[in-house]
Write a protein that binds this ligand. Structure first.
Ligand code: ADP
Ligand code: MG
Length: 447
């Protein structure tokens, strides 16, 4: 009853030559909850619509329970879609909205028992006689869910169903959707651009970028072992710190990763993982440090596997239960082009008074210049030659964000000792591919 959905090298173009979905292959197991995650415009809805049969597949093949399904009309796919904009019939009560697909499916039969059972399941019995205009956003979305569920489809296709709701309601309905789909055990493909939604809902998360699948795996796997810098940067809050580094592996000395003004010294004997970095000698890499990889503590407090850095406090972001400290460590951040907008700008008008060294405008200009000079573009495309040597670029403030408890006393412009846990160190090559950690290659190497 619930179905397996397989995409085999599926592509789609709306205009000649420009693929919005590019050779996508995915195996979705019966009963699985798969989330398609990616920034706006990356092709998520197009994929969902091709699965639903609402959009033609240009190339590649779709299989439903192993049967070739490219040409199957939508009505024969036995799937229910839930959209962002609820899409209820305004002139029908909730009861009729939920019952409508049942009437279409089986014209002679009475939809009432199924409608009532669905309403009970969703806790919307008292909304059945209201019209969409008399419902709140969240209630409307529950009715829309009811309409999808009542038919007992073999798969749910949900396209950002919670995007139009406020944050609190979104969290609430997220939990409900999760519980409901698990209870029903129906294969679900859920589209979102919200990584936290993806992480909390999905059995697996498939990350798309520009129509190309970047990685598919459990939420834990895409967080802990992102295949590339895009996935690393897209998943996790606060965003992973990405710094440009240079690997130095002298024959007679310790291996280091230079981060502009400071460096990470890799402890001897080198871990198997760090040995993989040796071939990067003299090359630029991208160092990824999630906020949990760095803590504020003196070098004397270092545990095994921790190395020291120092950072200048640029900005404090109070979150209530924690504080995000934006440090300047004198490194240059690596940028992921599609993902730069959400990054909080360290220069805020409310900090104008306290600034040392130049007006806000001057600093913004420096920052803008650095972003333009930009060399630090982390892309999944082939390696581009590095246009500018490190010293030529202006310093960009706030290259490292660290999480800490709110009780810690920090001020702007304070120099603070930091410890980096190398067990949590990510290194990506210039094309953005992850070099370490690399669990696959480890056993092959000798000590
Ligand atoms: N009917 C269409 N005609 C032309 N271009 C389209 C059409 N639908 C989507 N696109 C384009 O295809 C790309 C992917 O769109 P979409 O699948 O809606 O992305 P997402 O759902 O990830 O935001 C976008 O660049 C979008 O502008
Ligand atoms: Mg969309």
């Amino acid at each position: 009853m619930t179905r397996a959905i397989t995409l085999n090298d599926v592509s789609k173009s709306y205009t000649r030559g420009a693929r919005v979905v590019d050779r996508l292959s995915l195996d979705i197991a019966p009963g699985e909850f798969l989330v398609l995650l990616g920034p706006s415009g990356c092709g998520k809805s197009t994929v969902l619509r091709m699965i639903a049969g609402l959009e033609e597949i240009d190339e590649g093949r779709l299989f439903l329970d192993g049967e070739y399904g490219n040409d199957l009309p939508p009505s024969e796919r036995d799937m229910a879609m839930v959209f962002q904009n609820f899409a209820l019939y305004p002139s029908m009560s909730s009861r009729d909205n939920i019952g409508f697909p049942l009437r279409i499916e089986a014209p002679g039969s009475d939809p009432a028992p199924r409608v009532d059972a669905t309403a009970r399941m969703l806790g919307i019995e008292d909304l059945l006689d209201r019209f969409p205009a008399q419902l709140s956003g969240g209630e409307r979305q529950r009715v829309a869910m009811g309409r999808a569920i009542a038919r007992h489809p073999s798969a749910f296709l949900m396209d950002e169903p919670l995007s139009n709701l406020d944050a609190k309601l979104r969290n609430h309905l997220r939990a409900e959707i999760s519980q409901l789909t698990r209870e029903l055990g129906v294969t679900t493909v859920y589209v979102t651009h919200d990584q936290s939604e993806a992480m909390s809902l999905g059995d697996r998360v498939a990350v798309l970028r520009g129509g190309v699948l970047q990685q598919v795996g459990s939420p834990r796997a895409v967080y802990a072992l992102p295949e590339n810098v895009f996935v690393a940067a897209f998943i996790g809050i606060p965003r992973i710190n990405l710094l440009r580094g240079l690997v130095r592996a002298p024959l007679d000395g310790a291996m280091t990763i230079s981060l502009g003004k400071q460096f990470l010294r890799l402890p001897e004997p080198l871990s198997l993982d760090h040995q993989l970095l040796r071939v990067q000698q003299g090359r630029e890499v991208i160092v990824g440090l999630r906020s949990e990889a760095v803590r504020i503590a003196k070098p004397a407090a270092a545990r095994t596997g921790e190395v020291a850095l120092t950072g200048l406090v640029e900005h404090l972001e109070f979150q209530g239960h924690e504080v995000l400290v934006h440090f300047n460590t004198g490194s240059r951040p690596a940028l992921v082009p599609e993902l730069e907008a959400p990054r909080p700008a360290p220069d805020r008008p409310d900090r104008r008074r306290r600034r040392e060294g130049g007006t806000v405008l001057e600093r913004l200009r420096v920052r803008a210049g650095a972003l333009r000079a930009g060399s630090a573009m982390a892309t999944a495309e082939p390696v581009q030659p590095d246009p500018a040597p490190a010293a030529a670029e202006p310093r960009v403030p706030g290259d490292l964000i660290v999480r800490t408890t709110p009780d810690i006393r920090l001020r702007q412009s304070m120099q603070v000792p930091l410890l980096v846990d190398l067990a949590h160190l990510f290194v990506f090559d210039q094309s953005g591919r992850r070099i370490c950690p690399n669990p696959d290659r480890l056993p092959v190497l000798e000590e």
